[in-house]
Design a protein around this ligand. Structure first.
Ligand code: BES
Ligand code: ZN
Ligand code: ZN
Length: 498
């Protein structure tokens, strides 16, 4: 799909569809899109007056062969209340328009931005929204109808002097959108097509192509480094684990003592629960238990092109969680790489085990500030549903605030959860240093976060629980059903903010 900036008048634009968006409550059609109204003899105002077009969020009004326009169709998308309009809204509007037109066999369209929106940010949002919306989970379908595809999108409404800004936004949005789809494609892969070894191979290929340095630790090096927590999860599977490390270094070497960002993502390529086995209903979804890891790989892919001024170390522990003759059993005691001992009371709380060693290793490699993303707990789905990512911070609230600010700027909903010291008591060990599930009642996402925090120690750290948000159970008008790639935009923004 090609995305370009357009500066020509709307009425004379030859395209399969001209798309724009209208606000609620009698939108005074003004600025450059009033040209559409004038050329069509007041069509926009007439539609609004008739009550047929309300401007309610993502309402679609399609007009064929609009008199006065060269476009074959005019698509008007509801933009909701003008006061609430932002880049996140624009991302959804452009994504919804793309999916609406694509399903109707349209191959190219012109997306006209409104007054005040001919900016770099808007172009970025339209590129991100369109590219994410174009993603389909049909890789393994053999009867694909290939005629339904979008070949080109033009983002119009820019003046000649605004073109350069628009093009910068498109370039950045394209890199981010494609990185998000790269992650989503990995998340979608079933576990028989994506073992830890295959994930590592794909990560390595991506890193080499992007010019990033990469080091994949195999089971022997993992054992040599005494990563006992990761090994304890992996031992139940015939598939060997991998610890994937990718490093981005800025061209201009950072000064000594400069911050180093460490991003860590859980990659359990399939989580059966192990001996504490999960119920069979819905278990197939546990192929997405590597979403955190895939997202971090996508972040690195984007950063290789966007080139932030900070060194970034990405660590992805990859394993299956299987029951088997060699699997760890409830009550087993494991020694993590850090030396801490862990009583594994539930083998289904495996994400925190592999993150323990990954976080410790990221620190050893030099990370000074950490963020991890993991499909960690079912409890976060209870607390925040599929709307917000759960955010858990260590002692450094300024670092948590920085991550939350990036989430806001990137248009990803995240909500900070409490981390009072009292919750730490719940994971205090009786026979080992700590236990991998809480002894108290409830607060499952918080005790999970506290477990990881034990390994982050004093290093500023934020944990993102994406169990509820990494997978869309129902298709949205702007996004297909399946993997979302959530948190990628936030982390790219975070790295770019240095
Ligand atoms: N991968 C799951 C968490 C999960 C649940 C992800 C739903 C996506 C959707 C994780 O490994 C897990 O099983 N967690 C347990 C922890 C419990 C045993 C303390 C859970 O949430 O039930
Ligand atoms: Zn589990
Ligand atoms: Zn899991």
């Amino acid at each position: 799909m090609q995305i370009t900036i357009g500066t020509q008048p709307f009425a004379a634009t030859q395209t399969e569809a001209l798309v724009t968006y209208l606000f609620e409550n009698g939108d005074p059609v003004q600025g450059r899109i009033s040209e559409i109204d004038q050329s069509t003899n007041g069509l926009l105002k007439r539609l609004a007056k008739s009550g047929e077009l309300t401007g309610k969020t993502l309402e679609m009004t399609l007009i064929h062969a609009p008199a006065g326009l060269q476009a074959a169709r005019l698509l008007l998308v509801g933009a909701g209340k003008r006061e609430k309009f932002d880049s996140a809204a624009l991302r959804k509007i452009s994504g919804s328009a793309l999916r609406y037109l694509k399903s109707r066999g349209v191959h190219n369209f012109v997306f006209a931005v409104r007054e005040d929106n001919a900016t770099e940010d808007s172009a970025q949002a339209v590129a991100e929204g369109s590219i994410a919306a174009d993603f389909e989970s049909d890789k393994y379908k053999t009867d694909k109808k290939n005629d339904k595809s979008i070949e080109s999108v033009q983002v119009a409404g820019y003046s000649d002097s605004e073109r350069a800004a628009g093009e910068r936004g498109l370039a950045r949005g394209t890199v981010i959108g494609e990185a998000q789809n790269f992650a989503r494609d990995l998340i979608n892969e079933p576990s028989n097509k994506l073992t830890p070894k295959i994930l590592a191979e794909k990560a390595e290929a991506m890193a080499r192509q992007a010019g990033l340095s990469v080091d994949v630790l195999d089971e022997r090096r993992i054992a040599d480094l005494k990563m006992g927590a990761l090994l304890s999860v992996a031992q139940g599977s015939i598939e060997p684990p991998r610890m994937i490390v990718i490093i981005y270094s800025p061209a201009k070497a950072p000064k000594a003592g400069a911050p180093v960002l460490g991003i860590v993502g859980k990659a359990v390529t399939f989580d059966t629960g192990g001996i504490s086995i999960k119920p069979s209903e819905g278990m197939e979804k546990m192929k997405y238990d590597m979403a955190g890891g895939a997202t971090m790989l996508g972040v690195m892919r984007a950063l290789a092109t966007l080139k932030p001024n900070v060194k970034v170390i990405c660590v992805v522990p990859a394993t299956e969680n299987m029951p088997g003759g060699r699997a760890q059993k409830p009550g087993d005691i494991q020694t993590a790489m850090s030396g801490k001992t862990i009583e594994v009371l539930n083998t289904d709380a495996e994400g925190r085990l592999i993150l323990a060693d990954a976080i410790h290793y990221a620190k050893q490699l030099g990370a000074t500030h950490l963020v991890d993303a993991a499909t960690l707990t079912g409890a976060i789905v209870v607390a925040l549903a599929s709307i917000n990512v759960g955010v858990f911070g260590g002692g450094d609230q300024a670092w948590t605030d920085k991550v939350l600010a990036s989430a806001k700027a990137a248009g990803e909903k995240m909500w900070q959860m409490p981390m009072d010291d009292e919750y730490r008591e719940y994971i205090k060990g009786t026979v080992a240093d700590i236990q991998n599930i809480g002894s108290g009642k409830g607060g499952g996402s918080i005790t999970g976060a506290w477990f990881i925090r034990e390994f982050a120690g004093d290093t500023p750290w934020v944990h993102l629980d994406i169990a509820g948000t990494a997978w869309n159970d129902d298709a949205k008008s702007w996004l297909a059903k399946g993997p979302t790639g959530v948190a990628l935009r936030t982390l790219v923004h975070l790295a770019m903010s240095y």
